[in-house]
Design a protein around this ligand. Structure first.
Ligand SMILES: [Zn+2]
Length: 729
């Protein structure tokens, strides 16, 4: 009944109806909120250009071509011709295109675009059969979870952003079909991607209050994976125990966390909140590259396995390198959404870090699409060098590209009733209803090519509110602020919000500066390889093919000054200079086909093999080095350097050893790890063990490693192996 009333209301007052405060169909409040594509404009700059290019590309497509595969299935004939490609052009991404177009129409208030989006949706609607069957193929090859998810995402967006009630009619029809026909066995990590379905169904519930969507969303609860994260169990332990699968599909598994986020919003259950909060830490610690990207070969990586996916997979066999390391557009889309849920529910500034990285090094570093709609599907980070290249036509990433570049609008600012929050340093303007009336905040900057941002307040009245800035984690010295030319003292700790609260007036100008500097970030759970960073931007070594191994390491990199001109030698290590044609350049600047290197071996590496050590007790030799399961068995070695890494291999039957340096215990090294993981080209059957101690001081040190006879709860044995040690100066 409520449903019918709201439709009538909407028809009667098409715009006013949306302004009416809807009944509350959610259980968890937001601490802070994004602007939800309202009152925000990008100003000229690289990322505005990217957004405009992608938008223009999609708007140039002939609606008849977009609709072609749906009309052909339904009517056996259709005007125009399909866009071509393996999936008939729009078949795979149609829902994403609807979603992207309606959000862009919301941002731009563009009536022509709105009309076009509604035309596409309504024409699609005409191809839905009476029983709700839809799609581009026969009933025998009906849309599965994957197709349904993308379409309902589009319909929910048309309803939310364009206020078009027809969207709910179609949603109702195809959901009737999906409720009857979608397989609900929810087998563990099947490639159907059923576990991403909940998000848009819970959103449908939030927008309509219809219990039916809530109930259907519940069906797709990803108990295994979300539960493992919520309870901080080892997620790879879960996958190992499952019979038929040895890994998780990266994009969809991570995207399912957005479902957990919306599940928290809808149900208020703490476990969903715990899932996404813990997932973020787990991602950062084990899965995330410096770019914010994840999922080489579209798989999540066993813990500690990241460095190997950057090198040759089978150690020394370059021809089995992974093809790409990050499904860039879809992966960024998932990251943006999860980042927003985290920020909404916690109000914590630190989650802006991931969005920022993905903006500059993920989707924001994608080259333009070509005329045939091909894009860079995956980004490559191989240590031995890589290039950006176009692949795939009319695939998932084409669909998400439109959504992702438009999402820049929704990431820059957040708000609550008393404060406005600047999350990203992107040229833009935002209108906000401050406690004392409407204000406009304008942000002008060349960041990240400059460390300085200028903000101008436009307001008809003076307004008291807090202006809060995310102090980036990489901005080690915090941030400094001037208001109308006068320095103001502000508490600005990295990873938190810096707040200036006062009575703001028209034409107030705030200048903010961040601490942009070069730093190095290692791959997760490793000391090396490292990526060179300038603030949030991953810098790659261009034209580096012929150069001998030269490695940025934090202490040895001197500030590259005006790196944007990139014509200078950069001193990577005292006494050594890069070849004059080697430059560090922002990854986002690299063009398709240009050669670059993103990850580098840390400087000064020296490997000492096990055969130079002294062994005591029972040790056996094998292909990996030496191994012992006897409590008290030990080895000793001498080395010169301030950092030492114990090398060996992780196994499921490995235990713990005690590590002493210069006679003093420095820790317990746990060698347990999942082995026998083999997905596509990613042979992770043998994951290296790396355990290190830093800051030992220069000079010679004595290492002693003693098999303790202990193990962690997951481990099947107590063995400890050694292959050698790696020493850094
Ligand atoms: Zn994709």
């Amino acid at each position: 009944m409520k449903y019918i009333t709201s439709i009538i209301l909407l028809l009667w007052f098409p715009t006013a109806a949306l302004a009416v405060q809807p009944a509350k169909h959610y259980a968890s409040d937001n601490i802070i909120e994004p602007f939800n594509y309202e009152g925000i404009r990008l100003l000229p700059g690289r990322w505005q250009q990217q957004y405009e290019d992608v938008k223009e590309f999609y708007l140039s497509l002939d609606p008849n071509s977009i609709l072609h595969p749906f009309r052909m299935r339904a009517h056996g004939r259709a005007p125009g011709k399909s866009l071509g490609g393996a999936y008939g052009g729009s078949a795979l991404g149609f829902g994403q295109w609807l979603a992207g177009m309606s959000r862009i129409a919301k941002v731009t208030n563009d009536d022509a675009l709105k009309e076009r989006t509604l035309y596409l949706m309504n024409e699609f609607g005409k191809t839905i059969e009476d029983d709700g069957f839809y799609g581009t193929r026969s009933r025998e090859r009906a849309p599965g979870h994957y197709g349904y998810d993308k379409i309902i995402g589009g319909l929910v967006d048309v309803y939310e952003y364009l206020g078009e009630p027809k969207a709910l009619e179609y949603l109702d029809k195809i959901t009737t079909w999906a409720e009857k026909n979608l397989d609900r066995s929810n087998e563990y990590a099947l490639p159907r991607e059923w576990y991403t379905l909940a998000e848009n169904l819970y959103r449908a519930y939030e927008l309509t209050g219809e219990q039916r969507y809530y109930d259907f969303a519940k069906v797709w609860d990803y108990t295994h994976f979300w539960g493992a994260l919520a309870e901080k169990r080892d997620v790879f332990g879960e996958v190992h125990r499952a019979e038929s699968h040895k890994s998780y599909h990266a994009y969809s598994t991570i995207n399912s966390l957005a479902s957990a986020g919306q599940a928290y919003r809808s149900t208020g259950e703490q476990r969903y909140f715990d899932t996404i909060v813990n997932a973020y830490d787990w991602m950062k610690e084990t899965q995330m590259f410096a770019t914010g990207g994840y999922g080489p070969e579209e798989s999540l990586i066993v813990p500690n396995g990241m460095p190997e996916v950057l090198m040759g997979i089978r150690r020394g066999e370059a021809n089995v390198d992974v093809r790409f390391h990050f499904e860039t557009s879809c992966g960024s889309w998932a990251g943006f959404k999860i980042g927003k849920y985290l920020m909404r529910f916690t109000g914590a500034a630190k989650y802006g870090d991931w969005m920022e990285r993905l903006m500059y090094n993920g989707v924001g570093a994608m080259p333009p699409m070509n005329d045939y709609g091909m894009i860079m599907y995956g980004s490559c980070y191989n240590t031995w060098g890589a290039r950006k290249f176009h692949s795939t036509v009319w695939f998932c990433c084409q669909g998400s590209f439109l959504q992702t570049v438009n999402d820049y609008h929704d990431l820059i600012y957040f708000k609550d009733s008393k404060n406005i929050y600047v999350n990203l340093f992107v040229p833009s303007e935002v209108d906000w209803d401050s406690p004392d009336g409407k204000i406009t905040l304008r942000q002008e900057t060349k960041f990240p090519e400059s460390n300085r941002m200028t903000y101008t307040v436009k307001a008809a009245q003076s307004s008291r509110f807090g202006l809060k800035f995310r102090v980036p984690l990489w901005s080690k010295k915090g941030m400094t602020f001037d208001v109308n030319g006068e320095p103001v003292k502000v508490n600005a700790k990295p990873g938190e919000w810096a707040e200036i609260k006062r009575e703001w007036k028209d034409k107030d100008i705030i200048t903010a500066k961040v601490d942009l500097h070069i730093w190095a970030e290692p791959a997760p759970a490793a000391l090396s390889p490292v990526a060179a960073m300038y603030g949030p931007v991953v810098m790659v070594m261009a034209n580096a093919r012929d150069e001998e191994e030269l490695m940025p390491h934090e202490g040895g990199i001197s500030f590259p000054g005006d790196w944007i001109s990139y014509h200078k030698n950069i001193s990577m290590d005292p006494g050594r200079q890069l070849h004059s044609n080697n430059q560090l350049r922002p990854f986002y600047e690299m063009q398709t086909g240009e050669f670059y290197r993103m990850y580098h071996e840390r400087f000064g590496k020296k490997f000492i093999p096990w055969d130079q050590f002294e062994f005591e007790g029972d040790w056996e030799s094998n292909s990996e080095g030496r191994v012992s399961g006897k409590k008290g068995a030990r080895y000793t070695a001498k080395f010169k350097g301030s950092t030492v890494v114990l090398n060996g291999f992780r196994h499921m039957d490995s235990g713990i050893a005690e590590v002493y340096i210069d006679g003093k215990k420095v820790g317990d090294a746990d060698q347990f790890g999942y082995d026998n993981v083999h997905v596509g080209r990613m042979d992770q059957r043998q994951v290296p063990f790396r355990w290190w101690v830093e800051d030992l001081g220069v000079g010679e040190h004595a290492l002693e490693v003693v098999v303790s006879g202990k193990k962690n709860a997951n481990a099947g044995g107590r063995k400890f192996n050694v292959n050698g040690i790696t020493v850094y100066p």
